[in-house]
Design a protein around this ligand. Structure first.
Ligand code: VAH
Length: 317
């Protein structure tokens, strides 16, 4: 059975839906440190779990006969910078608990990493899998640590650790929670609601981005890949890179009256300027046949179809 930690974040609910289709509703347990909204609760089992409570987590794993664990609990980029002690506890101590339980109970463990695991001294255009990683956020530092610890546990204890570095993820029916790439989700909601969007990054800030369905597809693919196919434990995955200006132009095909203003947030801009501009995911494409489905036009069409502006889609085509 599968356990997802941090399951009520941007990715957990969608991942649970995908995995429940694949493995059966009751074989996928969503967990988080807060109560789910009612609709989430009834789509399958939910358990309260605090990844800082080692004994509680170990009990959950044993009592529910967990064999696969997807570890999504973390404070992401800008949120982490606003509370470094909590980010360090959750992202590092929490990870240590999960690694020990996974090694002890021979779990297959997925931990997401991120474009944020690179920093200003990494090659940025493109950023390959293997290069300098000196990130400047506690989020990035903790994710490099996760990559290194996961690989160490793999080589030292045989832990089946698998990891993907995600770009900024765009989703319609779930809220992002990190703060740096999330402008690219907010613009859709503001375009629909008010026709006005204030962007906290400069118009030319290029970042790797991906639609949530591609992200979840890749996550299931790497977890189901035969072990002998994987030449690495941690892979970049990529779909597209765009700037706020490019995104706004694509959105304005559906909401022509959208007005975009730029009100740069120095902290978020500094984070974005330290991250990759383009992501090289050739190893993932070679080793387990990864390929993305959504480019920018498909992303925008899909987002608006979710957000219910069918009339505007007719207008754009
Ligand atoms: C953030 N959306 O902005 C998250 C993600 C790679 C970006 O981690 O922090």
């Amino acid at each position: 059975r599968v356990l997802i930690t941090g399951g009520l974040g941007q990715l957990g609910v969608g991942l649970a839906k995908l995995l429940r289709k694949r493995f059966g509703k009751n074989n996928v347990i969503l967990s988080d440190i807060r109560k789910p909204a009612d609709n989430v609760f009834y789509s399958g089992p939910f358990i309260f779990a605090d990844i800082l409570d080692y004994k509680n987590l170990r009990e959950i794993v044993v009592n529910n006969r967990i064999t696969w664990l997807f570890h999504y609990s973390a404070l992401l980029s800008a949120v982490g910078e606003a509370n470094v002690p909590l980010a360090r506890a959750v992202n590092i101590t929490g990870l240590h608990n999960v690694l020990d339980i996974a090694a002890e109970h021979n779990l297959r463990l997925f931990v997401p990493s991120t474009i944020g695991a690179f920093g200003p001294t990494s090659p940025r255009d493109p950023t390959p899998d293997l290069c300098i990683q000196r990130p400047r956020t506690i989020y990035g530092v903790s994710k490099v640590h996760a990559e290194l610890m996961g690989e160490y546990y793999h080589y030292r204890y045989g832990l089946d650790f698998r990891c993907l570095r995600y770009p900024g993820i765009i989703s319609a029916d779930s809220q992002p929670g990190g703060g740096t790439t999330d402008y690219a989700v907010q613009i859709f909601h503001d375009a629909m609601k008010s026709g006005k969007f204030k962007c906290y990054l400069r118009p030319d800030t290029r970042l790797p981005m991906m639609y949530i369905d591609d992200c979840l597809k890749a996550t299931l693919e790497i977890m189901e890949a035969p072990a002998e196919a994987l030449t690495m434990r941690t892979y970049n995955i990529n779909a597209m890179s765009f700037t706020p200006e490019e995104l706004a132009q694509e959105v304005q095909k559906y909401v022509p009256e959208l007005q975009v203003t730029y009100n740069v947030d120095q902290v978020k801009q500094a984070i974005a300027d330290s991250w990759p501009m383009n992501f090289d995911d050739s190893n993932a494409r070679r080793d387990w046949g990864w390929k993305h489905d959504y480019d920018l036009p498909e992303l925008v069409t899909t987002m608006f179809s979710y957000l219910g502006s069918d009339s505007r889609i007719a207008q754009a085509n």
